[in-house]
Design a protein around this ligand. Structure first.
Ligand SMILES: Nc1nc2c(c(=O)[nH]1)N[C@H]1C(S)=C(S)[C@@H](COP(=O)(O)O)O[C@H]1N2
Ligand SMILES: [Mo]
Length: 388
């Protein structure tokens, strides 16, 4: 599977390279992106509208897909989303607390956390609202996150037998109303104890080798690879083990998907909390070198086996997946050469397939068409472009 999907140009290079040279080639490919000297970027015709004023505080720094030219998203080009304030943490008094249903509560300064074992993970973080509104189509980015594994910390705190959920609490807060009662609440999200204990989870203090930027959660955030953005709590302040399910706003009242499903010929509305990431892809940019066009995109949300591209109403064509940079939870960059397209307007759609045989759903698929809320919009993305 792996071998048959190596792009042909790479395969030719591999077979003619000496073993020693192969290692050097690998590391040079590791910096590659499907770019050609002197190419120009052809902008999409269907540009997203600007972020509305009412959401401009929450959603910031959305990238322009046409600007995507690296596997890792630089920190200054990484989007940020916050639902309350964006707290500036006073490091003189900050410490992470681990408490609740634990036998040994912990209190750790940033230095304590940095002194613990270090682990890094490259993870593509997407907001589950991405493509849910016309103005948010690029709330996704790929970064190398560094921190300390979460599981040993929970083990040290000795979770009691009754503990079933782990709540991650941010320093940001706002006023919420529950049955006419107003209460100030911190941003918080939970996971089952088993999910929290996943070896993938880290408490991250670095992003792409720099201290975590303030908009992305300085000094510390949860990085939960394989989960939508919402689970990756920023400005982390407290980790609390609870005996009963957590029902906070961003767990149980918002970031909830309402979908109608057929049951014995009737439609039944089912609400689920947004959690694990879903298989997705999108065309990112079209480049041009004379009459040679190339479509480049990204695919993420699951281990990507295959990406196909459709131009107008034509056949689905396999894209070449760049395997030079691979990480379990990171997006794959793909490309398709498009030689001498006819002048005029064209539509470009991509669809991703994972190694389990799942396919990114079409927009008409009931799983998307019968979804009533905007979260988890992982339907196939179509972009429009003018040639010539
Ligand atoms: N404390 C806190 N963490 C948070 C949020 C928030 O509002 N407060 N927003 C979440 C959402 S909705 C997303 S999509 C991701 C975005 O991460 P980023 O801002 O680093 O891109 O952070 C998540 N973590
Ligand atoms: Mo989000």
């Amino acid at each position: 599977m792996q071998t048959s999907s190596i792009p042909r140009r790479d395969f030719i290079a591999y077979s003619s390279a000496a073993i020693a040279g192969l290692i050097a080639l690998r590391s040079s490919l590791a910096r590659a992106f499907p770019a050609r000297p002197g190419e120009e970027v052809v902008p999409w015709m269907d540009q997203p509208p600007p972020v509305p004023d009412a959401a401009a505080g929450d959603v910031q720094n959305l990238m322009k897909w046409e600007d995507l030219n690296s596997w890792l998203t630089p920190n200054d080009r990484f989007f940020s989303i916050s639902h309350y304030d964006r707290p500036v943490i006073d490091m003189a008094s900050w410490a992470l607390e681990v408490g609740g249903s634990v036998a040994r509560p912990l209190r750790l300064t940033l230095d304590d956390i940095k002194a613990r074992p270090r682990r890094e993970v490259v993870f593509t973080l997407e907001c589950s609202g991405n493509h849910g509104f016309p103005w948010v189509t690029s709330a996704v980015g790929n970064a190398r996150w560094t921190g300390t594994p979460l599981a040993p910390l929970l083990e040290e705190a000795q979770v009691r037998g009754s503990g079933r959920e782990v709540v991650f609490v941010g320093a940001d807060a706002g006023e919420e109303e529950v049955r006419k009662i107003k209460v100030r609440q911190n941003f918080a999200r939970s996971m089952t104890l088993a999910d929290a204990m996943s070896r993938d989870n880290i408490l991250a203090y670095e992003m792409n080798g720099a201290p975590l930027p303030q908009p992305n959660g300085f000094p510390l955030r949860l990085i939960a690879p394989g989960w939508y953005g919402i689970a990756n709590v920023k400005w982390l302040d407290r980790i609390e083990v609870r005996d009963a399910p957590f029902m906070g706003r961003f767990q149980a009242r918002d970031y909830v998907t309402l979908r109608e499903e057929e049951r014995d010929g009737r439609m039944v509305g089912i609400e689920t909390s947004v959690g694990r990431a879903l298989l997705k892809s999108a065309p990112a940019r079209v480049t041009r070198q004379g009459s040679q066009y190339r479509i480049i995109g990204a695919a993420w949300g699951a281990p990507i086996a295959r990406v196909e591209v459709r131009i107008d109403k034509g056949p689905w064509m396999p894209a070449t997946i760049d395997r030079s940079e691979e990480a379990d939870h990171a997006w794959r960059i793909w490309s398709l050469d498009w030689d001498a397209p006819a002048p005029g307007e064209h539509q470009i759609t991509s669809r991703a397939m994972d190694f389990r045989g799942n396919m990114q759903p079409a927009m008409e698929d009931p799983v998307i068409a019968n979804k009533r809320t905007y979260w988890e919009s992982n339907g196939q993305v179509t972009r429009r472009i003018r040639v010539g």
